[in-house]
Design a protein around this ligand. Structure first.
Ligand code: RTP
Ligand code: MG
Length: 143
């Protein structure tokens, strides 16, 4: 298996629920390392650009309004098969369909307010990581 990086966001609902530490703990227990992280209150333009692939969808306005409703925590996770490992931890988009024990089953209240985001492929991950982090913020560690 390959070592990958993926982009993760703890969305405004989960930040407001005070479960940042609980979610970070799940990443770490699954072998995903937090290699960069920041708290940010997204502007409308930043949220629209991030979710540009969904701009023609009926839920786009609601999605942007939700993602700008409060601060988010954005992180780059690194580990074996990180994209899929992270998506498995998150669970299905709709928390009603998410497997028990997943982040969305435990913390999301609806398909619109679903606690976390995760890149859906290594290609998306590369775009999404570059969207939020500069080269210097992603510099290799010495320890
Ligand atoms: P995300 O990008 O946030 O990680 O979520 P995802 O891959 O599981 O789902 P995606 O299809 O990329 O949709 C992005 C976000 O849009 C909202 N959504 N609402 N009402 C709806 O039918 C609907 N479908 C999607 C969700 O909040 C989803 O996370
Ligand atoms: Mg998605």
């Amino acid at each position: 298996m390959a070592i990958e990086r993926t982009l993760s966001i703890i969305k405004p609902d989960a930040v407001a629920k005070n479960v940042i530490g609980e979610i970070y703990s799940r990443f770490e227990k699954a072998g995903l390392k937090i290699v960069a992280a920041k708290m940010k209150h997204l502007s409308k333009a930043e949220a629209e650009g991030f979710y540009a692939e969904h701009s023609a969808r009926g839920f786009f306005g609601d999605l942007v309004a939700f993602m700008t409703s409060g601060p988010v925590i954005i992180q780059v996770l690194e580990g074996e098969n990180a994209v899929a490992t992270h998506r498995d931890l998150m669970g299905a988009t709709d928390p009603k369909k998410a497997e028990a024990g997943t982040i969305r089953a435990d913390f999301a209240s609806s398909i619109d307010e679903n606690a976390v985001h995760g890149s859906d492929s290594t290609t998306s991950a590369a775009r999404e990581i570059a969207y939020f982090f500069s080269t210097i913020e992603l510099a290799p560690r010495t320890r």
